[in-house]
Ligand binder design. Sequence first.
Ligand SMILES: Cc1cc2nc3c(=O)[nH]c(=O)nc-3n(C[C@H](O)[C@H](O)[C@H](O)COP(=O)(O)OP(=O)(O)OC[C@H]3O[C@@H](n4cnc5c(N)ncnc54)[C@H](O)[C@@H]3O)c2cc1C
Length: 297
Amino acid sequence: MSFTIATTIDEAVAAMAAGARPIAGGTDLVVSARHGKLPLPEDLVAIDRLIELSEIRPGSGGCQIGALVTHARLMMDPLLVQSYTALADAAALVGSPSTRNIGTLGGNVMNASPAMDTGAPLLVLGASAELASPGAMRSVPLDELWTGPGSTSAAEGELLVGLNLPSPSGRSGSAYVRLEYRRAMEIAVVGAAAGVTLAEGGTLASVSLALSAVAPTILALDGTEALAGLSPADAAAKAAVLASEQAAPISDLRASDGYRRHCVGVMAKRAVDAACRRAAGESISVPVNRALGIGAV
Ligand SMILES: Cc1cc2nc3c(=O)[nH]c(=O)nc-3n(C[C@H](O)[C@H](O)[C@H](O)COP(=O)(O)OP(=O)(O)OC[C@H]3O[C@@H](n4cnc5c(N)ncnc54)[C@H](O)[C@@H]3O)c2cc1C
């Protein structure tokens, strides 16, 4: 058993190459171990002191969000709230203030839960993951990263350095909405993210949609090009149909598959509606769930 504290990316990837698992906030890794779900890995490397992974860097082609940026920062950052709003919506729904203050974007992405809140927003915003290994760096589109519940296409020794998000184009907006039974310490029963661009005249130029908690991984919807040219109301209605058709949910203690299939359509409709309103210049505060009174009080 070993515990290493990395102070550089090179030290972190060297420890990982020798078999250590990275630990960031520990809100998945340690909490799962305490609950007896998974044993704590024998060898750990703490990455929380890697300051260079804690930054949000705007650039000409978009922005890079470091893997260690916490949910509390994501939900407050002015650039994200303005231009990548679905991600801010999602971060604002994670756990409690203490979970959001310590839990990181990188941990959420690499934990690869199909119910993770940031995954669907990152997909509709066109994000890619920057992965580092000794002497190498590669970029992976997010739709190629998640391979199943808790698993990714990253090699054992690869460290997620950050997420790259392209600049939004034209009159665009995004939103993430989830079904929740209570307002804190809740994991999405189902969730939906929408990213839209409006054409002149207010019809839809493009739409992308992704769903949480209805498939083994975050699900990017096919067929969204059929929504181009529609009014926001018609696009929202059609999004509900696509979402319910393509969802492949399970039944568990929290919801039946049929209920999830129906509700994810409702969430997709609301996400498209909120994204279109934001794209048209309306201010809907973060998170949409609270602004629209979705979820139990
Ligand atoms: C009470 C509670 C409520 C929660 N509520 C929600 C919720 O509402 N929505 C939600 O989505 N999640 C929720 N979570 C889950 C968790 O908080 C998030 O997934 C969080 O973002 C994990 O980040 P972390 O830094 O704590 O990850 P860690 O626990 O440190 O790591 C998680 C996994 O990712 C790996 N990892 C971490 N960073 C990297 C990296 N940079 N490169 C490669 N691998 C890495 C670790 O090895 C581990 O396998 C909740 C957790 C708790 C305890």
